[in-house]
Each structure stands twice: as structure tokens, then as C-alpha cells.
Write a protein of this length. Structure first.
Length: 406
């Protein structure tokens, strides 16, 4: 069943009620919404809406990635840019390798599906992470680290996923390390150029308009336009969208916008992101409730443990490289980077987009939904208590940052 206006209205009503109830009993919105979607399937004549790759990539992901990038302060992120990029690049490769090895040796999967699953599940989805941290009220360096690592992590994850997937194509001939590095360099440079070009055009158009509404509309065009432009050249639409969002969000004031108009723009995008997040998580709940998991409980448990170990084997060793330096990341922050690495719609979209006939495609999709469900429900429910246990609840985070600034 497609996402019609009537179905969308129903999902929004369910999302609103779930968010209200979730906040009353103090659970994250993402958890409440997934549970609401699952419970919705118990009602008579409940809609069964197909969550597809095109729906996630074409409609949901561009505005969510753009809004996440829009709110990142570049001057503050610049301080941690190097460790963030290392976590998001080398981290994805390490995570993929550990997961692939675990799936191959423990569950006896072939190497190609093992590496494919490792690449797509290595992405810590910004959709889920940003929604969770906003809901918990986390601010300061910790939130900036987790959100920015998540945004760049999914860019690297999609690139690595594409490279692994190309190995299954007929006539594939690897060009060696140099050829692959050149391909990645061109892809990154092209995506950056697309993002900067769209933000530049948006600046020019906004300067020629004194209407706040037109300016807000142009930011929507920028979000989808950067994604579509890069994708049309077979580049990274996500990276282009991130660059556009950061560029527009850090122009102070954004040309053509007064300070009040800028705050209005940010508020509008926050509302849009909340609506889309709500629909996505309800749809995930509906799909999980209808999912016939092909793997048994033991296989799912082993896969969850392997994925968690791959995340731990990424965060702690890489953060250890920055000990006793300007980029040092405190141990409590590392714990949250590890446990807050939540999987979400992006991993689902990549698994659903696997070509027909791909080895173990159904098993990959089934396990991905199981891990996303565990990630949102279990990790999402426990990140808040973990923050308190580590002394990183929002007031303590702000105090610690103030003391560091002194």
C-alpha cells in the first residue's frame, strides 16, 4: 500500500498521540513511535504501508540530513573535525571488517553478503541519533561529537556499501588501492562541489527576495536539490546535502534573513524534521510488526552481539589514538559514542535496495530489521539512564563544558 494523504493523516495522528504519551512516561520519542506503529497493526483495517528505499532516500532522508547539518555550529565542530572524520571513515571500514568476519566465521555466511551486511549496518543513522539527543536535551561537545560523527559516518557507509556492492556486478575488475582511492576522491570532491554550488545559488536567490516565506521555500529547494543534483551524477547525495546544510546554517546572518527570520527558518526546519521523524519511526514499527524474521533467535542474538562488538572495536581504539592531546575524548563520552550508535532508516533503505538475486538478500533484510528494532528499542531506552549513570545528564554536560572553557 502506498503512502496516501489519508494514510499520512492517520500516521500523524498516531505519532502525535504516541509522542504525548511517551513524554508523559519519559521514554524517547523514537521508542514510543516504533511501539505505536507496531500496536497500530493490531487494529482492524490498519494500513500496511511499504517502507521502500525510494521512499526513504527520495522523500525522508534529504530534509532530515539537511536539518541535522543546518544546526551544527561549524566553529565548534572545527575543533573536533579531525577525530570525527577518522571515526566516520576508518571507523566504518573497521566496523565493516569486524562485522563481516563475525558473520562469516560465526554464522558461516559467504564473504560477499557478510561484507555487504557489515557495510550497511556500520552506519549510525543521523535520523535516529539526532532525534534521540534532541529528545534527551543533550547539548555541548558530546552532542556535537555524536551528531557530526553520525552525519559523516553515513556518508562513508554509503560509499563503502556501494564499493562492496560493485564487487557482485558481472565483469567487475578491481583497479587496486590506487584506483579505488582515486574513485573515492573524485566522488567526495564532486559531492562537495555540488553542495557548495547549491548553497551558493540559494544565497544568490535569497538576496534577491525580501520575503521570508520565499527564503524558507528556497531552503527546501536547496535540501532536495543538492541531494538530487549529486545523485544524478552518481555522487553522494547525502554528503552534498550535509555540505549545503552546514554552509547555509553557518552564514550569519543568512543573506536576506534578519536574526528573527533566521530563527523562524530554524524553527520551521525543526518542525519539519519532527514530522518526518515521526512518520518514519511509525512506519518502522509497522514494518517490524509485519516482518517475518527468517533467522532464528540465536542467529539474531549472535548478529546483535557481532554488531555491538564491531562498534566497540571502532570507537575505543580510534578514540585511544587521541589520548593526551587537543582532541582527547573523555572515556564517558566514548561510552555514549559506542552505545548511542543507533541504527535506523538508512540501514533499512540500503538493505531494501539490494538487487534481486543478491546472495542472502532476504536474510540481510530480515537481520537488518531485527538489529534496527533492537537498536531503537533497547539502546534508545537505555541511553538516557547511561547518561545519568556516567554523570553526563544535560546539566552536568553544560557544567563540564563551562569548566573546560575556563
Amino acid at each position: 500500500m502506498s503512502l496516501t494523504i489519508t494514510n499520512l493523516e492517520l500516521l500523524l495522528v498516531v505519532a502525535a498521540v504516541a509522542s504525548i504519551l511517551g513524554r508523559r512516561i519519559r521514554i524517547p520519542d523514537s521508542v514510543a513511535l516504533v511501539l505505536a506503529g507496531s500496536l497500530l497493526t493490531l487494529l482492524p483495517y490498519a494500513p500496511r504501508i511499504h517502507l521502500t528505499k525510494d521512499l526513504i532516500f527520495g522523500i525522508f532522508l534529504p530534509p532530515l540530513v539537511f536539518e541535522g547539518a543546518l544546526s551544527i555550529p561549524w566553529k565548534k565542530m572545527e575543533r573536533d573535525l579531525f577525530p570525527v572524520l577518522v571515526l566516520a571513515s576508518l571507523g566504518v571500514i573497521l566496523s565493516m571488517g569486524i562485522t563481516a568476519a563475525g558473520m562469516h566465521w560465526l554464522l558461516h555466511w559467504q564473504w560477499l553478503p557478510s561484507m555487504t551486511f557489515g557495510a550497511l549496518i556500520a552506519t549510525t543513522d543521523p535520523v535516529a541519533v539526532i532525534a534521540l539527543f534532541k529528545n534527551l536535551g543533550v547539548q555541548g561537545r558530546l552532542r556535537l561529537l555524536v551528531e557530526s560523527e553520525s552525519l559523516f559516518n553515513d556518508v562513508a557507509g554509503v560509499v563503502v556499501f556501494g564499493l562492496v556492492l560493485s564487487m557482485s556486478e558481472p565483469g567487475f575488475h578491481p583497479n587496486g588501492f590506487v584506483g579505488m582511492s582515486w574513485h573515492i576522491l573524485l566522488l567526495g570532491a564532486g559531492s562537495l562541489l555540488c553542495g557548495f554550488f547549491v548553497s551558493w545559488v540559494t544565497h544568490l536567490l535569497v538576496r534577491r527576495s525580501e520575503d521570508r516565506t520565499v527564503g524558507n521555500l528556497l531552503t527546501f529547494v536547496a535540501a532536495f536539490g543538492s541531494f538530487t543534483l549529486a545523485d544524478s551524477f552518481h555522487l553522494s547525495g547525502i554528503l552534498a546535502c550535509v555540505v549545503t546544510g552546514i554552509t547555509i546554517g553557518n552564514s550569519r546572518p543568512f543573506p536576506g534573513f534578519s536574526r528573527e527570520a533566521r530563527e523562524s527558518m530554524l524553527s520551521l526546519w525543526e518542525t519539519v524534521a519532527f514530522i518526518i521523524n515521526s512518520v518514519i519511526f511509525v512506519l518502522i514499527g509497522i514494518r517490524i510488526a509485519h516482518e517475518t524474521f527468517l533467522s532464528d533467535a540465536m542467529t539474531i542474538l549472535v548478529a546483535i552481539v557481532v554488531v555491538l562488538l564491531s562498534r566497540a572495536g571502532t570507537v575505543y581504539p580510534i578514540c585511544g589514538l587521541f589520548r593526551r592531546g587537543r582532541w582527547e575524548i573523555p572515556i564517558p563520552y566514548q561510552h555514549i559514542l559506542f552505545w548511542g550508535g543507533i541504527r535506523g532508516p538508512l540501514a533499512l533503505a540500503l538493505s531494501l535496495g539490494l538487487p534481486e538475486g543478491f546472495p542472502a538478500k532476504n536474510e540481510i533484510v530480515s537481520l537488518t530489521f531485527a538489529i534496527v528494532a533492537f537498536s531503537i528499542l533497547i539502546q534508545g531506552l537505555t541511553v538516557g539512564p547511561a547518561l545519568k549513570k556516567l554523570g553526563l545528564s544535560p546539566p552536568r554536560v553544560e557544567e563540564s563544558l563551562e569548566s573546560q572553557d575556563r
